[in-house]
Design a protein around this ligand. Structure first.
Ligand SMILES: NC(=O)c1ccc[n+]([C@@H]2O[C@H](COP(=O)([O-])OP(=O)(O)OC[C@H]3O[C@@H](n4cnc5c(N)ncnc54)[C@H](O)[C@@H]3O)[C@@H](O)[C@H]2O)c1
Length: 443
């Protein structure tokens, strides 16, 4: 039995959970088709912590290690219902076939009817923010405020028509052009005025975020756009008692970086340069071929080394790191990205060494389980009465959102410990500190 004395009150995961995805491209369709294949017993949810991982409770000698999904009250996969917005009118089957991630005969044809039933709602889309895309399935209105109201209607209509009890929104749409927080993002009044005036600093992703928060729906951002990473959204999330989080799914190269860099630092090995380059041929690669969208991604990919290595504390080791990140659009590879890293490190007495990483990954195969976990954990957070930034879910993000003044924690294993300790805390279980002295100092 799980002791409940200091845990949170968590509302049960009764009924259905609606997962509304902004964007119905490679990541979203791989996620939806994956969940359906798993539900039909045709595949395993590999890569999903919420479905596969266990959590140790109590002492090592207690031998209590349930699966996370049996420990915390998460929505069951069979109770997930999907909806999406996209400016491209393809249904989920057509979009999945075009994305070319999943093997058609193995994972798409057997669930064709199901996928075809998911048709994208008209999107709030403006080519100014994603230059390489054109869409026909787009909402029209005079002001951005009206567009946001239409998104709110979509959320309410989906709730009713699909008979779902709760909803989460996950941004799986294209990366928008680089923007910095400005006056319009500082307060709700300024933001609402900016929407009315069609201010360019209000990007479509912010309208989705605003709509979700106004409807008291959690919002997770899988791309590097600002979106909820703004004072106005943080305040709105607190006011409406809704969890938010972002940004940018941590999947391939950056996930590896957040494993390797902490290892160098743990051993006090120096770093002089880290050159990362990628070839990617899917639509995301095409969008990121535009310098303005790439700039948004670049910022998100560059930030973590500094935070992990803390050059201000270790100037001899990390004071002069040359860090470069490139993404090259190369159509023949499709979704099968290849990410190379050349890492120049140095050791004892300054002797140089090199590490080469060549990660032949599949972008959406890595991202899909993250979408699942985020949907389930954001719903859990909401039911547990948590609101605002969910730093315990940093595990999933390249640029984790934190409270103002806090630096983000990027080390994957610290993030994992934080996530699991948060789950223990929610259920009133002891924190695991790894001290373990009690096994040796017996009274
Ligand atoms: N796959 C990964 O490993 C990974 C990792 C980190 C972040 N991401 C981000 O996830 C996002 C999705 O990646 P993907 O490979 O599925 O891309 P994709 O191009 O296949 O799909 C994105 C979809 O979003 C749609 N879209 C664009 N603007 C929209 C809007 N305003 N409203 C609704 N829909 C909109 C596009 O039409 C497209 O169908 C990208 O921003 C990508 O950078 C992916």
């Amino acid at each position: 039995m799980v002791p409940q004395q200091t845990g949170r009150d968590i509302a049960p995961a009764t009924g259905k959970l609606g997962v509304m995805l902004v964007g119905l491209g490679a990541v979203s369709t791989t996620f939806i088709a994956g969940v359906e294949n798993v539900r039909r017993g045709r595949a395993l949810p590999i890569g999903s912590l919420s479905q596969m991982a266990t959590i140790r409770l109590g002492k090592r000698t207690d031998k209590r290690a349930p699966k996370i999904k049996d420990f915390v009250p998460l929505a069951d996969l069979k109770n997930l219902v999907f909806a999406a917005w996209d400016p491209i009118p393809d249904d989920a089957y057509t979009a999945a076939v075009k994305a070319g991630v999943l093997e058609r005969h193995e994972h798409l044809e057997p669930i064709k009817d199901f996928l075809q039933s998911i048709k994208p709602l008209p999107a709030v889309f403006d080519q100014y923010y994603v230059k390489r895309l054109q869409g026909t399935n787009v909402k029209q209105a005079k002001t951005k405020r009206e567009l946001a109201e239409r998104l709110r209607e979509d959320i309410r209509t989906f709730k009713q028509s699909a008979g779902v009890d709760r909803i989460v929104v996950v941004w799986c749409a294209s990366t928008e052009v680089f923007l910095t927080p400005g006056p319009a993002h500082q307060s709700l009044a300024a933001f609402e005025k900016a929407m009315e005036q069609n201010d360019q600093s209000v990007a479509p992703s912010m309208l989705y975020a605003y709509a979700a928060l106004m409807e008291k729906v959690p919002f997770a951002n899988g791309a590097p756009n600002l979106t909820v990473d703004l004072p106005v959204m943080e305040r709105l999330a607190e006011e409406r008692r809704v969890p938010i989080g972002g940004k940018d799914f941590k999947t391939g190269q950056t996930m590896m970086k957040s494993v390797l860099a902490p290892a160098f630092k743990a051993r006090m090995l120096g770093l002089s340069g880290w050159y990362s380059t990628n070839i990617l041929g899917n639509r995301d690669g095409e969008v990121l071929d535009d310098p303005e969208s790439f700039k948004t991604k670049e910022e998100s990919k560059l930030g973590l080394l500094e935070h992990i290595l803390q050059p201000e504390m270790y100037p001899e080791l990390y004071g002069k790191v040359y860090h470069k990140v490139r993404i090259n659009y190369y159509p023949p590879r499709g979704d099968n990205k290849e990410g190379w890293d050349n890492i120049d490190i140095f050791g004892w007495l300054g002797y140089p060494m090199q590490i080469k990483v060549d990660f032949l990954c599949r972008d959406s195969i890595l991202a899909a389980p993250i979408v699942l976990d985020l949907a389930l954990f954001f719903d859990l957070a909401h039911r547990a009465g948590l609101s605002g930034i969910q730093e315990w879910l940093s595990f999933y993000f390249k640029s984790p959102q934190t409270a103002p003044g806090l630096y983000p924690e990027h080390d994957l294993f610290i993030q994992q410990t934080k996530l699991k300790n948060t789950l223990r805390w929610m259920l009133g279980e002891e924190q695991i500190t790894h001290l373990g002295i009690e096994y040796y100092e017996k009274a």
